[in-house]
Write a protein that binds this ligand. Structure first.
Ligand SMILES: *Cc1c(COP(=O)(O)O)cnc(C)c1O
Length: 363
C-alpha cells in the first residue's frame, strides 16, 4: 500500500487562472481610463495570494494588507508597486518604502508623527485616506485638509494621493453613496493629488463614472458578484474558485428518518441520501441550512440536516449517483453568492474560510 499521494481526501478547490484574466478584462472595459489596483489581501481572498498575483500580472498595481503580504510577494518575485491598505509601520520601515516600491495608506493621526523622523531624501509616496462616511479608517475631511498642507511642505514626502472607501456600494440606491461621492469630490478639489481612488468592486460596477485614477477591485476579480441584485453571470464575471468534493456514501432511508446532528431534518418520503466528504472543517459554512444547493452530476440537490466537521448529507431522490461521484459545493453552475445568502453570510467570508487541509489545484 502506497501512501505517497499528498492528499487522499477528494475535497479540493480548483483555481482557474484564465478566469482571473477574463475578470480583469471586465474591469478594464468598465473603467477603460483608470488604472487597476488589484486587491489580493487575505491570501488573495482565500484563493492563494501568489497564484492570484501571477494570474493578474497585467494589473497596474496590487493592494495588500501589510508588510507580511509584501514579504510574501517580493519573495515570490513580484516587483509591481504594492499599496499597503491597513498597515502599521515604523519610521525605519517607512524610509525603505520608496526603494521597495511601496505606497502606504495614511489613515490615522498617529502615523503622521513618523514623517518627522524621515530624512529629506526619503521620497515617500503616500495615500491620504479620508473617511467620507464609512466610519472606519481615515481622517475627517477637515483634518485631511489641514494635514495636506503639512505633507506638501515635508521634503521627505514626494507625492500625496487621495483615497476614500464607500460603505454601501453593493446597494447603489442607498443614499449614503451620493453623500460620500459628493463629499469626496469636494475634498479633492483644489489639491494637487498625485492619484485619486474611490471605487472597490461594487463601486466599479455601479459608479464607473467616478473611477478617477485608480479603481481598487477585489471581489469581482475572483469572479464573484459585488452587487446584491446582480449575479456574476449577469455581470459577465467568471468564478475563479470551484470547491469540490465527492460522494463517499449513498443509501436508501425510509420516510421519517432523521438526518445528522440534532435530528433537525427528517425525510418526508422513502429516499436516497448521499453523504459528501466536506464540512465546516474544510470551510463549508456550518450555518448552511437544509435546502442549500449542492451540484451532483450536473443537478442541484438540497443539503439536508446539519453541516458536520467532515461531512454533509444531500437528498438524492431518484438522481443517478454513486459513491465516488464528484460534487460541486460552489463554483460554476452552483454560484457561491447563493450559498452565502443561504448561510446568512457573504461570499468573501466563504472563500477566505477554506481551511488548510483542502488541496488547491491550479489550472
Ligand atoms: C478590500 C478593499 C478593497 C476591495 O474591495 P472589494 O469589495 O473586494 O472589491 C478596496 N479598497 C480597500 C481599501 C479595501 O480594503
Amino acid at each position: 500500500m502506497s501512501l505517497t499521494r499528498s492528499h487522499h481526501r477528494a475535497t479540493r478547490v480548483v483555481i482557474d487562472t484564465s478566469a482571473y484574466r477574463h475578470n480583469l478584462e471586465r474591469v478594464r472595459s468598465l473603467v477603460p481610463n483608470a488604472k487597476v489596483m488589484a486587491v489580493i489581501k487575505a491570501d488573495g481572498y482565500g484563493h492563494g495570494m501568489e497564484v492570484t498575483a501571477d494570474a493578474l500580472v497585467s494589473a497596474d498595481e496590487f493592494g495588500v494588507t501589510d508588510l507580511d503580504d509584501v514579504e510574501r510577494l517580493r519573495q515570490h518575485g513580484v516587483d509591481k508597486p504594492l499599496n499597503l491598505l491597513s498597515s502599521r509601520f515604523s519610521a525605519q520601515e517607512l524610509m525603505t518604502f520608496s526603494e521597495r516600491n511601496l505606497r502606504p495608506v495614511f489613515y490615522d493621526f498617529s502615523q503622521f508623527g513618523l514623517l518627522k523622523e524621515l530624512p529629506s531624501n526619503a521620497n515617500l509616496d503616500l495615500w491620504l485616506k479620508v473617511d467620507t462616511g464609512m466610519g472606519r479608517l481615515g481622517l475627517s475631511v477637515e483634518d485631511a485638509h489641514v494635514i495636506f498642507d503639512s505633507l506638501v511642505d515635508n521634503p521627505a514626502v514626494r507625492s500625496v494621493s487621495a483615497m476614500t472607501h464607500l460603505a454601501n456600494a453593493d446597494n447603489p440606491n442607498h443614499p449614503g453613496n451620493r453623500r460620500q461621492l459628493a463629499q469626496f469630490a469636494e475634498f479633492i478639489e483644489g489639491h494637487a493629488f498625485q492619484d485619486i481612488s474611490l471605487l472597490n468592486s461594487a463601486g466599479t460596477v455601479a459608479f464607473s463614472e467616478h473611477a478617477y485614477d485608480f479603481v481598487r477591485p477585489g471581489l469581482m476579480l475572483y469572479g464573484i458578484s459585488p452587487q446584491q441584485n446582480s449575479s456574476a453571470d449577469q455581470l459577465a464575471l467568471k468564478p475563479v474558485m470551484t470547491f469540490k468534493s465527492e460522494l463517499i456514501s449513498v443509501k436508501h432511508l425510509p420516510a421519517g428518518s432523521p438526518i445528522g446532528y440534532g435530528s433537525t431534518y427528517t425525510l418526508d418520503t422513502d429516499s436516497r441520501i448521499g453523504v459528501i466528504a466536506a464540512g465546516y472543517g474544510d470551510g463549508y459554512p456550518r450555518h448552511a441550512p437544509s435546502g442549500t444547493p449542492v451540484l451532483v452530476n450536473d443537478l442541484l440537490v438540497p443539503l439536508i440536516g446539519r453541516v458536520s466537521m467532515d461531512l454533509i448529507a444531500v437528498e438524492l431522490g431518484e438522481l443517478p449517483a454513486e459513491v465516488g461521484d464528484e460534487v460541486v459545493l460552489w463554483g460554476a453552475n452552483n454560484p457561491i453568492e447563493n450559498i452565502a445568502e443561504m448561510a446568512d453570510t457573504i461570499s468573501y467570508e466563504l472563500t477566505c474560510g477554506i481551511t488548510q487541509r483542502v488541496e488547491r489545484i491550479i489550472i
